[in-house]
Design a protein around this ligand. Structure first.
Ligand SMILES: [Fe+2]
Ligand SMILES: [Fe+2]
Length: 160
């Protein structure tokens, strides 16, 4: 990957995922096949993002800051489970060819908005502060090495 700061890389990924979800919402009542494609890219990307955070970013921050139990990463992990539940509910509708998942979509957007804001304003800058350049490079390398299958089994959803 690059030697960009963690905050830059992860904010960019949030923005990329937001754009995919918007594309799903815009297309779903016009071209369901296209909307499905956008949704699946969003789902896979979000699961990958969460695996990167939970398996690489958060443990590193917990190790370097000495804050694990009851800290912000614990809150973020709990929110990931709620995000995963919404994702699953929308996915069920997408699989059934049903575009009427507006309520779950609103809930997911609300969850992601506050979750991403907390990460972008507090957690990511704090991670950048507690890691060295070498540690950051090792984290990007570790992100690359996680096998794809891990992203598909995230958020309690076993479906491909
Ligand atoms: Fe997160
Ligand atoms: Fe994030």
């Amino acid at each position: 990957m690059s030697d960009a700061k963690i905050s830059v890389t992860f904010e960019q990924d949030h923005d990329r995922l937001d754009a995919l979800f918007t594309s799903f919402q815009e297309q779903k009542r016009r071209d369901f096949a296209k909307a499905t494609e956008a949704f699946l890219a969003f789902k896979f990307g979000l699961q990958r993002h969460i695996v990167w955070e939970e398996e690489i970013l958060f443990p590193k921050w917990e190790e370097n800051s000495g804050m694990a139990e009851g800290g912000p990463t614990q809150v973020m992990r709990t929110e990931h489970r709620l995000i995963g539940d919404c994702l699953k509910a929308i996915h069920r509708n997408v699989q059934a060819g049903n575009p009427d998942s507006d309520k779950d979509e609103q809930q997911l957007l609300a969850l992601l908005k506050s979750h991403n804001m907390k990460e972008e304003r507090i957690l990511y800058p704090s991670i950048d502060q507690v890691i060295s350049d070498e540690e950051r490079a090792a984290m990007y390398q570790a992100m690359k090495e996680i096998p794809e299958e891990r992203y598909r089994a995230c958020c309690g959803s076993e479906d491909p």
